[in-house]
Write a protein that binds this ligand. Sequence first.
Ligand code: ARG
Length: 875
Amino acid sequence: MDRDFTGAHKFSRFIARWPNKFLQRYHSVPTTVPKMDWTGCCKTMQDPQSRETFLSESDSEPRKRQGKRSRTLVAVLSVLLTLGILAAVAGILYWYFAGRTSEDARGSQEDAVRIYSGHLTLTDMQYRSALEDPSSKDFQTLSQKLEEVVNSSCQNIPNLSPYFVKSRVYDYSDGTHMKAYYFVKFRIPPEDKAVLSQFSEDALTQPLHENIVGMGRLRSLPVGITSVSSSLANPDLVITPEERVCYHNLRAKDIPTRFTSPGFGGAGYPNNVHCQWVLRADRGHVLYLEFLDFNTDDDCGNDFVMVHDSLSPAEDDVITKKCGKRPSSHHLSILSSGSVMLVTLLTDDKLRYGGFSATFKQLLKMGECGQTLTTLSGKFTTPYYPSFYPPNIDCQWTIQVPIHLKIRIKFDMFRMEEPGARQGNCTKDYMEIEGQRYCGDHSLISLQLNSHEVRILFHSDESHTDKGFMGVFSAFSPSDPCPNEFTCRSGMCVASDLRCDGWNDCGDLSDEMKCNCGADQLTCDNGLCKPKLWFCDRKNDCGDHSDEKECACAVNQWKCADGLCIANDKACDGHLDCADGSDEAVCTGDNAICTDFNFRCADGTCVHRANAECDGQTDCADGSDENSCVPQCGTQPYKQNRIVGGMSADVGEWPWQISLHFKVMGHTCGASVISAEWLVSASHCFLDGYNDASSWLAYGGFNFQGEPTAQVRKISLIVRHPRYNEDTFDYDVALLRLEQPFDLRPKLQPICLPDTSHTFPSGKSCWVTGWGAMYEGGSASVSLQKAEVKIINQTVCRDVTQGELTSRMLCSGYLAGAIDACQGDSGGPLSCQEKGKWFLAGIVSWGEGCARKNKPGVYSRVTKLREWIREQTGL
Ligand code: ARG
């Protein structure tokens, strides 16, 4: 996209260098809970009243959790034994079917099973904590009675009743209402497969409600039932009291109580566990849960932690499902809507990880949510921000400013991701302003309203919550909307010194219209002013091509790749005349010399073509120009189906970008992936005190700091360039070897290393990326930022850096300032594209301040460090 018209130039950045406390932001892991589909034999069908466990007779769980199931099986075998040989046969049958995929998935001949889970709201009974103990008389008496009611209602549901197996009431809680939690199980034989579609989310709730609540108070029942909820549940999560192996019933205090997953701080969590923590708060309170450490498998299909806003593990009540490793600087904190929460850890039989430590406490339930705001400016946030907002809540804010003013609102942070919810329709969690709904993830929402009063609604449904938002509002006067600032045509305000600086800050170019161009600027035909340096740089900076119009060299001149003209006879004369060597790189014939700008094949022959390596065309007889590069390097396999826009990088757009975290400080430096086990970064990131490899972690394949889907690796070796000079930043390069190679995936790919002969001509547009400071001494970016920067002529750069430039350095950016790398970007890539492939042209190294006029960013010049990289890594 052309720079002039995007309006998106300021490379946002942050002070990540040394402690980095920023907006915590997580990316919700896509969490489609697998629909239940395990099958079983049918012993209990004959005995629906049996109190035996749900899972014992149907453990033919088809997927990888057989280990857990088999343990469950062992736990209940004693019960089965008492039921005689018949049960043993059933067990054998179970084992026979255990490795099979479900009937749903493969169309096998097994029964399909559906489990619904939910709660009954009870009245007319004093809550007793004995109800939380399944071995108590209170629990057993009441559960048996309630089960009878649920069983008989299920037997009355016309379409479903033939498949009904049984129900279990397995727990109770107190809160605004007293609740009993239950499961109901149905089994559908293969010949009736067609009815499976009737087992929908709502199929049970309505009839159950009508049968139970509509029946009125039963004489046999010591309680009233005022409502029934139910939703399909993942059978992996359905556990009866008899099956509880790793189970904790915990009561919250006003101060935090800590709990950890088994093996935390030691060998890590065991394989095949199903652990549950039931958290309970007093009436009138909600629960606040915070994970301090969190380390599980990257793949939620293997191990995960799930938090429910209920004691029922129903899909409707999931607050969040998480896996992966979280940096300790980014805690995950979650709120419940009521007085209970269920935390579940499920692991498979593969790798073990550290697990989690968490604390929980109770907080008084928020009475009112939202308020009327009548100040001239202020803030409003989702409840408990920046913790996850609670499920099931509605808030309303009304902003009122004096009648002659209008309202402007900005959201710098807006996260309401919900699996299955589509941006655009916003039917689950959303914010609504003037009839327009917002949901999903936005890095910035900025609104100018044409009124002095506005209502903002926030709605969260019962499942899946996120960080929410912080809105900042201010009143403005329509007659002087931007006091002391420039008012864009759109009504937006930008700092006055951004006017006529060559940058489209307003987004509609209005800050660049009607300018008197300065001495260091050129005047475009359309009246815009642009830095002189952009003249003839082969980029349409004016937007009307006027800055690129009269750039051709005279007839007797040769045009260097950087746009400069030299006498025709100087090209291919065996001498380098163009600063970038382009006059000698493409010569054939007798005069053709092999310059530093020609690729030399492994057999010593010279390729007379510029930038011949890794371009998909074989030039060397031995193929060494193509096979010298890491396969697939410099490609963006994930990005191809995405839309790029704005300053935040798109997912998978810079798959070689790495965030290096130092100890507990979080992001500290950038780096680039050059192979599955090697990274390149800057030497100055690893000065004394920072040179212990075990103090660093490399995060890759992600955009948002704290995103749990990032791949994390330990560093086993840091190799700094032996000639790195701390005073001059010469040879500012370091190589990092990973303890375990990265899994190269579409979002994590190596960048191509340019050959020593590769030229990046001045004027060429490249991209710098990182999580660095947003402006000099400024605030952070949690999301990966990108900025387009141009390679600057070495001589010009030597001038503006007062001779501090060495040949191991290159400048990129703009003499006009405004776009640059900054603190925290160090070590990160300067990526340049060549024939569709991305090459590492530079490593973010230094600069005077950030984005200052005539002070472009200085990068380590990779072509000059290429040989050393090869020697150290073999790449
Ligand atoms: N040295 C800085 C760091 O450690 C990077 C500076 C880059 N500065 C610039 N203006 N381009 O993060």
